[in-house]
Design a protein around this ligand. Structure first.
Ligand SMILES: NC(=O)c1ccc[n+]([C@@H]2O[C@H](COP(=O)([O-])OP(=O)(O)OC[C@H]3O[C@@H](n4cnc5c(N)ncnc54)[C@H](OP(=O)(O)O)[C@@H]3O)[C@@H](O)[C@H]2O)c1
Length: 106
């Protein structure tokens, strides 16, 4: 199993206050994406995680909220190999938000 605590590409302490910011992080239910989601949420960012497995996203959201109870994190199902799914996910995001501050593509 990879050690994401040591493999994390930048020190989490370097992340600025992200209160009021809105991010999409793809592949955020595991690995590096989840670590970024944890740290962004802890800095006040509203995080939308996009990946295929709703169950894995729900589990990741539980983990994030166990670390940051006030975390704003939502799941949007998306399979990036399926353009219909990408369009559906885009519409789901645009129905909820009018802007995007951070896009992290994994
Ligand atoms: N881990 C490291 O230390 C490290 C270092 C440098 C580079 N990288 C690179 O970074 C990438 C991610 O690494 P990782 O270890 O974080 O991977 P990972 O734990 O396997 O995560 C992959 C993520 O992508 C999602 N995903 C996969 N296929 C998808 C699809 N078709 N549509 C939407 N979501 C999809 C998965 O969720 P679902 O299964 O729910 O879709 C999961 O959340 C890899 O390319 C890796 O080579 C990793």
């Amino acid at each position: 199993m990879k050690n994401f605590k040591t493999a994390f590409p930048y020190p989490p302490s370097s992340i600025p206050n992200l209160a009021g910011k809105i991010a999409i992080i793809t592949g955020a239910n595991s690995g590096l994406g989840k670590e970024n989601a944890i740290h962004f949420a802890a800095k006040g960012c509203k995080v939308y995680m996009l990946s295929r497995s709703v169950a894995k996203m729900e589990s990741a959201i539980q983990e994030i909220k166990s670390k940051t109870p006030e975390a704003q994190v939502e799941a949007i199902q998306c399979d990036f190999t399926d353009m219909d799914s990408v369009v559906k996910a885009t519409k789901a995001f645009k129905a909820k938000e009018t802007r995007l501050d951070i896009l992290m593509l994994k």
